[in-house]
Design a protein around this ligand. Sequence first.
Ligand code: ADP
Ligand code: MG
Length: 698
Amino acid sequence: MSAPGKTASAPSLTTPVQFLKGVGPQRAELLDRLGLHTAADLLFFFPRSYQESGQVHSIDDLAEDKLLSVRGTIEEIDARGSAEGRSMVGVLLKQGDLYLRAVWFNQPHMRNAFKRGQQVLFSGKAKLNGGRWEMVHPQVQEIAPDEPDSKSELLPIYPLTEGLKQHQIRSIVRRTLDDHAALLEETFPTEFLGQHELWPIHRALEQIHFPKDEASLEAARGRFVYQELFVLQLALAIKRQRQRAGAEAPKLPATQKIHARIMARMPFELTAGQQQAIREVSADMAASVPMNRLLHGDVGSGKTIVAVYAMLLAVAHGQQAALMAPTELLARQHMLTLGELLRASRVRIALLAGGQTAAQRRETLSSIAAGEVDVVMGTHALIQSEVEFARLGLVIIDEQHKFGVQQRAKLRSAGGDPHYLVMTATPIPRTVTMTLFGDLDISTLRDHPPGRQKLHTYLAAPHQREKWWKFFCDKLREGRQGFVVAPLIEMRDDDDHTAGAESLFESLANGPLEAFRLGLIHGRLKTAEKEAVMHDFREGKIQVLVATSVIEVGIDVPNATLIAIERAEQFGLAQLHQLRGRVSRGQHPGYCCMFAEATTEQSQKRLQALLDSTDGFHLAEVDFALRGPGDLFGTKQHGLPPLRIADLQRDRAVLEQARDDARQLVAGHPDLTGDAWARLRKMVLSRYGAALELGDVG
Ligand code: ADP
Ligand code: MG
């Protein structure tokens, strides 16, 4: 038995990297920069890619034209240059008493890439040249002198930081695996591994770092991808189950009588999609388990009317309904829409928004608390703590993506356990609804209201401006209205006038649009000013609205059919699709013209996607693919930690499987109690407990 003082050197998963073999204080600092602090961090520091090296061979067994690797010591380096500027670097590799020559043409820097005596691995196709083996432009890997021979055809490539070399991190990981991996305990029960064909942790860990071949790498990776997605799905499933189990909402069934009364107020025939969504919503609201549903559909697909139905259903049962919108403009527009539909009814509607006086606000608050108001429309002002509802039965959040997860939670608790419906402006890829919104049930509007005209989209070059404004003016004379959008309110010093709404307004009013009535709107105007401008635009007194992206959300003026977007490269894909969605809402065709400057390859692709398609579902997938797996629709903003190994695009099938498995497991083992699931439960909590407010499980 060793004395207690000496056990500090016994391997443990929490051993600081500094005390690992071959690390020391200096390298520990480098590892720290990579976020690697303990032995466990190193074990789970997965390669970012693998270099295909072919089998490692003795020079004796080389064969022509096969991808192979040879390990040896650098014996000689020579370089030759020609007068014409051509050059050749030759390197002689010694392996026992055999030699291989590697050559590089016109890469003079290779002269300095090697040192005599250095151990390297050359991978490439060898050829016999005058009886001697030669490789042209092989891949090079530096090898530590004590690094054991690898049998692998795939060499791991790790993320690096300055001062740390590939072979150094490789041997650090190798040693950590040898000394510490055995201490890891299996996350899953043995039968679970068998049922889901997952490799056990030790085998998977060894093979993800140093795969024997492609097939082993796939199997090893498969285990960790599944584990990562399964843990996420478990967190979501637990959250979902808790919401259902702990809460009790009023039962608000859509009886035939109520249904008929609401439908009689609808101004148009509902689309099949709207009817389906309404059926799903009413089924949820009829139960005492609170509804927790996401409604998504393309811009203009008619989500508002589904929200209106749900609100009237709540009101029919004597409950209050609250609708929260991200901007005051949108909240006020919803007021108008609802006011119109409810003309000469007894339903009482109130607005709660930032721009109100203290007295107005006090009065509204007290009538909400007294139950004298049935429907409350509002902005963030709605989630402030002093808002108390007499009997809040339903909460709707429009344009959910504009709010964070935290805010979602706050409004929920405003008044007991209401039913809960969130709507997003644009379709969301399925992989994303399953992750970010995995705790919600989903309704999808796939169709558009009938009679929609075509939406034309153009990307215009500078010399086409004149032509576009002429067309714009022609349409205005026909009676249509339009928007012109700039990314900023004021242009910055280094920009031209098209970048700022104010300067753009000036130049249009004194230039191509001087014959028309123009209005200006942006976030910095006072509430009353915004309201006046929107009112005049709706009434047609203003023909052209120059704006920032404040008009992106919700604005619904069907006579507006024209939109010009300046500096389109500065907007996101979903945002541009939203913006042009403002002009295809009526019986006239819509026209969207984008002007772009200094586009990057990414922005070029975004703009091209908009030219190619008006299908929001398709664009959502394109957007998702362009942003890449790293940005899970801005997970940071949603508060979820990023995925480390899974890629939602590539691993879609695994994601679906993991979700089904997680829901099934949580149904049988609520909160994952029981020893068999203890390690998984811990993992779920440490990774997602805070972000999903899971608190203490079990
Ligand atoms: P979004 O899904 O973008 O929120 P809205 O609810 O604002 O869409 O609806 C877009 C426009 O389509 C509105 O002018 C709305 O009145 C109209 N609309 C919605 N549903 C129908 C329908 N079934 N038939 C005709 N027009 C409809
Ligand atoms: Mg809407």
